[in-house]
Design a protein around this ligand. Structure first.
Ligand code: ADP
Length: 498
């Protein structure tokens, strides 16, 4: 008898109430174990998804807080805010990778980078990122380190930042009065980070288990948001970095989380401690269309000269009405609009653009008139963001990338990948089979299920040798985590097969 039929037979016997024990009991026990395992996995998945919000909260708060500050303070201190916002946004995108890393940590496959980082600057940036969060709770966030801290140390900045952010956000979360201090000591290549808070503290019986996944302290502590993954990730990362973490605490007396790590010093100061990523040469995905509106023709020429070589389709207008007509004609993805267009107001043009094109059109206002001109009219901002002239080109690129969700291609990196060109080599039979996988990839992209996407790409590669280049191209796009570009590519394949 085939195995499945045998199982079905045993199960039927059990359902019929056949009193016989032995094999039927075994089958039932197996089924029950399988069901329980599936349920446990499902619960773990739900908790894991919830943990994503825990991880993204601090940088998101920084972005939210500084954006509100900009609105309230007439854009005062706008550059500083923009920097914190950009760094937080960068941190967010790093976190997406971090989430994938957790899977790697669990699988024992995480690779650490080793970079020379500017140590005091790194710490100061971290504090700036969390400062608003502490201020919102009325507690002080203090960085305490001796003046002699080495200027450079070797570390994996992404992981070290993740560890300290996890501890500091917890300290802020579990403290209602007083302060949170990040104390940093360094002796003989050994760095000791102590996160000290004056918060609710932890009972001795809980001090160990809080490092386990999904463990949280019940009672008032448990009522605060969180899912209990932060410390598990933190501990795993510290161990992978070869360090140790422990906690000293008592209820009502605050907590001290102590992390000790060997962070060696470079023998000589690195010439380029954090090497700039390669020069931007283009971007992934379809061609984006940009309309520039500025009465300064020299400025138009400059921005066009900067953007066109990167693959943007650029159209220019030197007054508002022409700009509106142009936008209606070319339906751009992005408009860069000067605030002072001769006697016209750029804000009026932005408002009209917004009314006519809706929220999908990204509008970036440019002004050389000082921060006060960043104020949009009282009826609400029609623009998506604001940039002061003169701006560094890299800052403009940061803004464009953020607005359009672009991933840059850089010198030395992968080459431009145009979805439309990807499918030309498939024979109709293979194209239609690839299309089925591509439809599934489009669905998986929407839920961000990277593992399953990989499996679909493997399935495409296995279809026929002629599909290998397409699969390879998809893997590259997936590696750069440009899921939007991957969806575009999958869509192009599906469309080509029809
Ligand atoms: P989460 O903060 O999402 O609950 P963590 O793994 O970061 O998850 O923390 C686990 C538990 O440890 C928390 O729920 C809390 O009970 C306790 N805890 C962590 N940090 C502190 C702290 N600084 N003060 C008091 N309790 C803390």
């Amino acid at each position: 008898m085939p195995r499945d039929d045998m199982m079905a037979g045993r199960l039927t016997n059990w359902l019929k109430g056949d009193g016989a024990t032995g094999p039927a009991d075994d089958a039932f026990a197996q089924l029950r174990a399988a069901k329980e395992a599936a349920e446990a996995a499902n619960e773990a998945k739900t908790r894991f998804l919830a943990s994503v919000s825990h991880e993204i909260r601090s940088p998101l708060n920084a972005i939210y807080g500084y954006a509100q500050l900009l609105e309230r303070n007439d854009g005062k201190d706008a550059l500083n805010a923009a920097r914190v916002i950009r760094r937080s946004a960068e941190h967010l995108s790093h976190l997406v990778e971090g989430l994938l890393d957790i899977a790697q940590v669990e699988g024992g496959a995480l690779k650490l980078s080793r970079e020379a980082i500017r140590f005091p600057e790194f710490l100061a940036q971290l504090i700036a990122m969390l400062d608003l969060q502490a201020q919102a709770k009325g507690i002080a966030l203090v960085l305490d380190h001796p003046p002699g801290l080495p200027e450079f140390v070797h570390a994996d900045p992404k992981r070290l930042r993740q560890v300290l952010i996890n501890l500091l956000t917890n300290a802020i979360k579990f403290t209602d009065h007083g302060s949170v201090t990040l104390k940093v000591e360094y002796r003989n290549q050994l760095a000791t980070f102590t996160v000290i808070d004056t918060g609710i503290g932890i009972a001795p019986e809980d001090a160990e288990r809080i490092f386990a996944p999904f463990e949280r302290v019940a009672g008032p502590a448990g009522e605060r948001p969180g899912v209990g993954l932060g410390l598990a990730i933190t501990q795993a990362l510290v161990h992978i970095m070869g360090g140790e973490i422990r906690v000293e605490s008592a209820p009502g007396e605050g907590s001290r989380f102590i992390v000790r790590l060997m962070l060696s010093q470079p023998l000589s100061p690195p010439t380029d401690p954090a090497p700039e990523p390669g020069v931007v040469t283009g971007y992934l995905g379809r061609e984006r269309w940009v309309v520039l509106i500025d009465d300064d023709t020299a400025h138009l020429a400059m921005v066009r000269g900067l953007l066109e070589p990167l693959g943007f389709q650029v159209h220019t207008a030197s007054d508002g009405e022409t700009g509106l007509a142009l936008a209606a004609q070319v339906q751009p993805d992005l408009v860069l609009c000067d605030v002072m267009l001769g006697r016209e107001s750029g804000w009026d043009i932005a408002a009209k653009l917004r009314r006519r094109h809706g929220a999908a059109l990204r509008i970036v206002m440019l002004s050389g008139e000082g921060p006060h001109s960043a104020m949009s009219p009282a009826d609400g901002p029609a623009n998506d963001t604001f940039l002061m002239k003169p701006f560094e080109f890299t800052v403009l690129l940061d803004v464009i990338a953020a607005q359009l969700g672009l991933e840059w291609l850089r010198a030395g990196g992968p080459t431009r990948d145009v979805p439309e060109a990807a499918v030309t080599h498939l024979s109709p039979a293979i194209a239609s089979r690839a299309a089925a996988h591509c439809a599934e990839i489009e669905r998986l992209v929407r839920i961000g299920h990277v593992r399953a996407i990989e499996a679909e790409i493997d399935a495409i590669a296995a279809l026929a040798p002629e599909a290998a280049p397409l699969a390879e191209r998809m893997r590259r796009v997936l590696d750069s985590f440009d899921l939007k570009a991957l969806a575009d590519l999958a869509k192009a394949v599906a469309a080509d097969a029809r």
